[in-house]
Structures are given as structure tokens and as C-alpha cells.
Design a protein around this ligand. Structure first.
Ligand SMILES: [Ca+2]
Ligand SMILES: [Ca+2]
Length: 317
């Protein structure tokens, strides 16, 4: 077991720890977070003035610093099938937990249409939430620059942001009409399932990384020293035009960490206080292997880490 994170965890240490989760399939050390810093955080922290900037190019200050486009960054993934999972016969870097079943290396599943945020949720976006609600965060949560991904957010912290943003978008005159229509039509803001996440990252052709089958430090932030701005790595070859699906920060999903084959119908079964939740995509501190589109991490819901953030989805329930 590792102790609580030091204030500035060194990349090699956190990288190895993340690898351990994946190899073992359990995140024993993350259980230590339950009595850790997150529970000592005060109920309401002052929001650093740098976290809510006056202006941020490409983002809308009048719309909670969401991206300045028609749907405030929500990007549609059309309904239909995709290839999920991997094993050593298709990808020598695959971990055991990515194999679909005893008889099949990969599975093909069909998802209804959904929307996913073009970027990871930024510090500026999360600061808007904290500023509006007084939500208690870790002292380190809002310290990154405003256009970097927010980190040091637990799974409940991530869901609290989703709930707040959905309610805020419903009530605001600044919400684009098309987005307002979707919200009135039964869509809601949430975390993606791990299947939604993987479809968005790999597209429809089962590629290993969002841009193809080989790692590329020109297209993702990994093996690095810290987070980078969410618009830093454009990827014309990536399906659907997402940024940082590979690297920068791991992203919480709303899927419990369960063995494949992926099945949403049993997601509420076997949940206890030791249940882990799937995180995806690897981080700035990891090796390429952990930033593959099919790599599955598991984290304690209470974990607030330098290398875990979130991306929001719009899903129909
Ligand atoms: Ca990411
Ligand atoms: Ca399941």
C-alpha cells in the first residue's frame, strides 16, 4: 500500500502506482484515500482568482467556460456498433482485463447515439461550479491553469459537477436552443459509460489509439511532467474530433469496474463500499501502454488524484 499522495507526487511514482492498478485489477492502495485528505477538505474553499479568468480564448465566459460552439462542446457519436476490448492476439500491449470473454478477444456492441465533451473538463469550468455552489474541494483541485484539465476530483465530485451543470443549463438563457431542446427531450449531463468512452476514443475500426495503432507523443500528453492545456493536441486523424482521449488526465466513467463482457444491465449489482469505478485514457505521467483506447483502470470513488479528471457526456436515460 502507498501512503497518501505527497503534495507534489513525482511522475514516476504515480505512473507505477497506476500501472499496478491495471496489472492487479484491484486498486488496494487507493482504499487509503477513504481516510485521507479528501475528507479533511473544508466544506467550502475560497476559489483562487486565477481559476475563474475574465476571458479564455475558445471558451465562453457567459456559459461557464464551456467551449464556444453550437452545443458548447458536446459532440455527437451516432448510434451503431463498434469493436470493444483487446487481447494479446490483436494487441501485444493489451492487459488481461481487456479480453472480452473466454471465447472471444473482442466484442461488438451497439450503442444508441450520445454526446461527449470535446475536451476534458477544465479548471475554469470546475471553478465556476465551486464558485456558484461553495462545493467543498481538495485544496489542490483549482490550482492548475484555467485551460488545463481539472484534477484532484473524486467520483462523487465529478457527478456533482454533472448534476450542477445540467440544472444550470436547463435554467439559463445562454444555453443554445439545440442543447435546450435535448435537455427538454430527456437527455441529461453525466459521465460516459466505459463503452461510450471507448467508442469515442477508438471510433468504429477498433484502432489502438485515437489516431491509429502506434503511440505518438505528437498527439497526446503522456510520459510527461504535468497536465497541458486541453486544446494543446489537435488530432485531425482522431475519430469525432476529441482532444486528450489519450493521456493528459485519466477520466472517470459511470461504469463500475466489472469483468468483461461489458454489460450495463448488471452495473448496480455487487456494489459495496469497496467497489471501484472505471477510469480511462491514461495520464501525463503514464507510459503509452496505459493511454490505449481499450486500457481499463479502476479507482476508488473517493480518490482525488493529480492524474484523474473527467469528461462530460450527454446521454438519454
Ligand atoms: Ca484524458
Ligand atoms: Ca456491468
Amino acid at each position: 500500500m502507498l501512503p497518501h499522495d505527497p503534495p507534489n507526487p513525482s511522475p514516476p511514482t504515480t505512473g507505477l502506482a497506476t500501472l499496478a492498478i491495471l496489472v492487479l485489477g484491484v486498486a488496494i492502495w487507493m482504499y487509503t484515500e477513504r481516510s485521507g485528505l479528501s475528507e479533511l477538505a473544508p466544506a467550502a474553499n475560497p476559489v483562487p482568482s486565477t481559476a475563474v479568468p475574465r476571458d479564455l480564448p475558445g471558451f465562453r465566459p457567459d456559459a461557464w467556460f464551456l467551449p464556444d460552439d453550437d452545443l458548447l462542446g458536446f459532440t455527437e457519436i451516432p448510434a451503431g456498433p463498434f469493436v470493444m476490448g483487446a487481447d494479446g492476439t490483436t494487441d501485444p500491449m493489451a492487459f488481461d482485463n481487456e479480453r472480452w470473454s473466454v471465447s472471444a478477444a473482442q466484442g461488438t456492441i451497439s450503442l444508441p447515439a450520445f454526446y461527449l465533451g470535446r475536451y476534458e473538463v477544465t479548471t475554469a469550468q470546475y471553478a465556476g461550479f465551486v464558485s456558484a455552489t461553495g462545493f467543498g474541494v481538495d485544496p489542490r483541485t483549482l490550482q492548475a491553469p484555467p485551460d488545463h484539465p481539472v484534477s484532484f476530483v473524486s467520483w462523487p465530485d465529478a457527478l456533482a459537477y454533472c448534476r450542477w451543470l445540467e440544472n444550470t443549463l436547463r435554467d439559463s438563457p445562454h444555453t443554445p436552443l439545440e442543447l435546450q431542446r435535448l435537455l427538454n427531450d430527456g437527455w441529461g449531463v453525466t459521465l460516459p459509460t466505459e463503452a461510450q468512452w471507448e467508442k469515442a476514443a477508438r471510433g468504429l475500426d477498433g484502432r489502438t489509439y485515437p489516431w491509429g495503432d502506434s503511440p505518438s507523443r505528437d498527439q497526446a500528453n503522456y510520459q510527461g511532467q504535468g497536465t497541458t492545456a486541453v486544446g494543446r493536441y489537435p488530432c485531425a486523424e482522431c475519430p469525432f474530433g476529441f482532444f486528450d482521449m489519450s493521456g493528459n488526465v485519466w477520466e472517470w466513467t459511470r461504469s463500475p469496474y466489472q469483468p468483461y463482457p461489458f454489460d450495463e444491465s448488471n452495473d448496480r449489482e455487487g456494489l459495496d463500499e469497496d467497489a471501484l469505478w472505471v477510469i480511462r485514457g491514461g495520464s501525463f505521467t503514464d507510459q503509452a501502454r496505459l493511454t490505449r483506447g481499450s486500457t481499463r483502470g479502476g479507482a476508488d470513488p473517493g480518490a482525488r488524484r493529480a492524474f484523474i479528471g473527467l469528461r462530460i457526456a450527454l446521454s438519454r436515460f
